[in-house]
Every structure is written in C-alpha cells, then in structure tokens.
Design a protein around this ligand. Structure first.
Ligand code: SOE
Length: 387
C-alpha cells in the first residue's frame, strides 16, 4: 500500500458480524498487499442506534458515524458504500447509493428476491457505478487454485458438482429468533445464507445452472423471541415464543448448462458441523475436494498418476505459487476466515481503482438469486423449475 496512488473513502452500513469482518479487511488489506492501488479510508460507519453505532465506530476505527444511510449518500467525502445490513434493506440502500453515484459493495446474498436484485443491477448499470457482491469464498486460495486447475483442463470435462453446507448453530430449540430466522428480514434461512455460497462457487467453477428440483423445510417451527442480539450469530432468548419463518434445511438437485449434474444440501441442523462448506467436483481426468473447515487444503485426485501411487493428495495451498499466499506468511503458516475478506477487498479495490469490471458483481449476485428463487418455486410447486 506504500505506493497506493489514491484513497477510496468508505461508508459502511451495518456493524455486526459482517461489519466487523469488512472493517477488519479494510484496515488490514494495505498491510499485506503492497500492490494495492487504492487505500481504503474508514470514513463513516452507519447504524440506526446512535449509542451502538458510535461504540462500533470507535472500536473499528471509523472517523465518524451516521444514523441514517441517506446522510452518507449526501456526503462528498464518501466514495464507496458497503452494505452489511440484513437482506431486506440491501436493495433500497444499493439503489439509492448507485443513484447518488457511489461505488457499491453488498454482502451476500445480493437481495431477498429476484426483482430486488434486478433493480440493484439496473441502478448500478444506469449510473455506471462499480459494484461487487461479497461472495468472499471465491478468494480462498484453495478455491482460486481449483478454478485455475479446472480452467487448465486438469480434471477434464466435469461430470459432478456435489456440495454440502452444514452448520449446527440453531440445533438447540431454545436458540432465539435472531434476524436470520425471520423471513421478512432475511428472505430465507439455510437456503439463502448457505446454498447461496455453494451456488456462487458452482457458477464460478463449473458455469451456469439451468434447472433445479428442490425442497426446503423447517423442522423447528417455534422458538423463543430474541431479547438482545450479539455480534456473532445469536443473542439472549426472551421467555415469549414466536414463529420461525425461514427454512432450516434445504436440498436441491441441479443441471448445469455444461451438462454437469449437481447436488446441493444446506442445513443449520447438523450437530457437530460448524462451518462445513464442502464440495467435490468429479471430472473425466480427476477430482477436486474442498472443505471450509480445512480451508488451507485442496484435495486432488489425478487419474493419470502411475497406478501404484494413485490416490487423493492433499495440497497445502500456503506456498508462493498459490493465489494470494505470497502476501501472507512463509509456506505452511496458514490463513483463516478473515483473510478471505482481505483478499476479496484487495481484488475489488484494485479493479474499482483501475476502472476494470470485477467479479462477483451484481450480475453474478442476480444469477445466484435466480437459482435460489427457482429452488424455492420448485419446493412450493413440487416440480422441476427452469432458472
Ligand atoms: C452464518 O450462517 C454464516 O455466517 C453466513 O452468513 C456466512 O455467509 C458464512 O460464511 C458462514 O455462516
């Protein structure tokens, strides 16, 4: 960053789990990436509760705070609006930010509905503003390596994409109804939160999904209402009960444009699985396997290896030729979840500064939304749906 030619002033809307992850990435990115072309400046943090947003702004290192995102848009000293609020406010904020001529970054999934995502993409295009959606898993070195290996033809034609995203954080029926369990706020549950990551990775590695058949379900339909949230995923339960209005489990099968067949499963009810985002890709010449719980590793099976030593090998993606790793530690000194955001913002800020298109952008976010929506329709209609 020593040579960063310009500054990009950040207005971050939201300050909980993702607010922490994004502001940390903005603070760290210049320390690790000497080729950063635009230094992010933590100008203003925005949230509705003045007491909480002020405390968060101090903690994260923002210069100022606002309690209404529209104030951020009026400010000439803000270049980029980064949205880390729950899904039901993404479209309103992103469209207004694009109309105000700001660059826009939005947390995943892009929106709660396809029309919202379409409106966001339209506003970004009409105003010609740089835009990105934070599917940070694309920036994991092992996944970036998988992308390169597939592009190089190392596993040949892809037959199968098999993804599961398993968590267990709401398996206790007394876990309260946080916003992620409210349909009007989050849009959907395990589906929009977790399958969204798998779909984006599948699009990135294998290409577009064209038709789906799926089912969403909610096993635990009533839970205590929330008394007070924390900045992780939970909070304190009250003694009143309420309805859970999102799925806690979602499964679908898919056909890709390439002919690849896919299976996808997401659940928040898999005891022992914490952030088990695991996929396996099988091709005519080999297979690749990734698991977020061991995110520095990529498993590779090469069908062309000599028969007597043929078998899965584990690539430690921590050495210089692996994407991003030269910016961190000596080989074998692993990186973690927060670095996926640092890598993401390195790429996005450099693309924005250079006026290049970036990925994943709002169009990629909309493509994911259309698959989510088709699965939702399929579950309701008990039928195959076109994306
Ligand atoms: C919670 O389910 C969550 O934090 C998701 O919202 C994230 O996108 C995922 O990376 C981990 O799990």
């Amino acid at each position: 960053m020593a040579g960063a030619a310009r500054k990009i002033n950040i207005g971050l809307v939201g300050y909980q789990f993702m607010g922490k992850a994004h502001s940390n990435a903005f603070r760290q990115v210049g320390k690790f990436f000497p080729d950063l072309e635009a230094e992010p400046v933590l100008k203003a943090l925005c949230g509705r509760s003045e007491e909480k947003v002020k405390a968060a702004a101090d903690k994260f290192g923002f210069e100022s705070y606002e309690t209404d995102y529209r104030k951020l848009l009026e400010r000439d000293d803000i270049d980029l609006i980064d949205i880390v609020t729950p899904g039901n406010s993404h479209a309103e904020i992103a469209v207004a930010a694009a109309n105000a001529g700001k660059m826009v970054v939005c947390e995943k999934p892009l929106a709660n509905t396809v029309p919202e995502a379409e409106a966001m993409l339209r506003a970004a295009r009409e105003n010609n503003v740089p835009n990105a959606v934070c599917f940070n898993y694309r920036r994991i070195p092992a996944i970036a390596l998988a992308k390169k290996m597939i592009a190089e033809g190392r596993i040949g034609k892809v037959f199968h994409f098999r993804g599961v995203y398993l968590q267990d954080w709401i398996v206790d029926p007394n876990f309260p109804i946080v916003w992620r369990l409210q349909g009007d706020v989050a849009g959907s549950g395990s589906h929009g939160d977790l399958n969204a990551h798998l779909i984006d990775i599948a699009h990135y590695l294998v290409g577009p999904i064209t038709e789906v058949s799926g089912m969403l379900d909610t096993f635990i339909k009533q839970r205590p209402l929330l008394a007070e949230s924390d900045d992780r995923l939970g909070g304190k339960a009250s003694d009143q009960m309420g309805e859970v209005t999102v799925d806690d489990s979602s499964i679908f099968i898919a056909r890709f444009d390439s002919g690849t067949l896919g299976t996808f499963e997401a659940t928040r009810l898999a005891p022992g699985r914490k952030n088990h985002s695991r996929w396996e890709i099988n091709g005519e010449k080999g297979s690749l396997v990734f698991n977020m719980e061991r995110m520095n590793e990529l498993e590779y099976y090469n069908a062309d290896d000599p028969e007597d030593v043929r078998g899965f090998r584990v690539i430690q993606t921590t050495d210089n030729p692996h994407p991003y790793t030269a910016n961190y530690w000596p080989a074998g000194h692993i990186i973690g979840y927060e670095h996926t955001f640092i890598n993401f913002f390195h790429d996005v800020l450099n693309d924005f500064a250079a006026g290049r298109p970036t990925h994943p952008d709002f169009a990629d976010g909309l493509a994911c939304q259309k698959v989510l929506d088709a699965v939702d329709r399929s579950s309701k209609n008990r039928a195959w749906e076109q994306v």
